[in-house]
Design a protein around this ligand. Sequence first.
Ligand SMILES: *Cc1c(COP(=O)(O)O)cnc(C)c1O
Length: 233
Amino acid sequence: MIESRLNQILQEIRQTEAKSGRKEGSVTLMAVSKLHPYDEMQEAYMAGQRLFGENHVQEVETKIPLKRPEGMSIHLIGHLQTNKVGKIVPLVDSIDSVDSLRLLQKIEAHASASAKKMEILFEYNTSGEASKSGFCSEDSLFEALDKVGEMEHVIPRGLMTVGPLGGGEGRIRQAFRFLWLLKERCQTRYPSLDFSTLSMGMSGDYKIAIEEGSTMVRIGSAIFGPRNYQASV
Ligand SMILES: *Cc1c(COP(=O)(O)O)cnc(C)c1O
């Protein structure tokens, strides 16, 4: 089941790349496994999936063993509270939801203390929805980017956003287009930093995201099915 859904999604990603003039293989698939048991992650791994996304620090701690199969990579994609940075830094390969300078500084401090290099993405709130996390203004993002160059343990890789929930295709496309343009402005302003990853698109809107330049789509329910918010994992 998981294997056939994965293959279906991968095929659709490749088709959408081709249709929108994107280079084949330029979009990476992240399997978002939050609120699904580790067994299902292993099933996806056996089918060839390597990159997984998780939302909650506690779930990563309790669900995923420290000794992981070769090449399995875990990114934190959910909002991270500063008091949980120390817990998560040793457990993940990237924090894709950096949304404040304060959080960035905490990550640098903990990565430094554990002599680890931590890859990060900067999350931007492109929808203006108050419920969404992410930097809300270019100025606040630039303030963080001004500082990140001096940090030795965080390695910026690009930007991330969650598209608007409602509003139809037009608003979704607009949000993704905004992030792509923001990435271009960042790259011009900070030529020595890496902005090659543009993480945008989920089960419901990943094709639009690919058309608008996404390099990483985060797919949960279309691979693993509906999430059980009651179950404790
Ligand atoms: C849950 C989640 C996803 C995956 O959502 P689906 O609609 O199930 O594909 C992607 N990104 C973030 C930040 C999420 O929290």
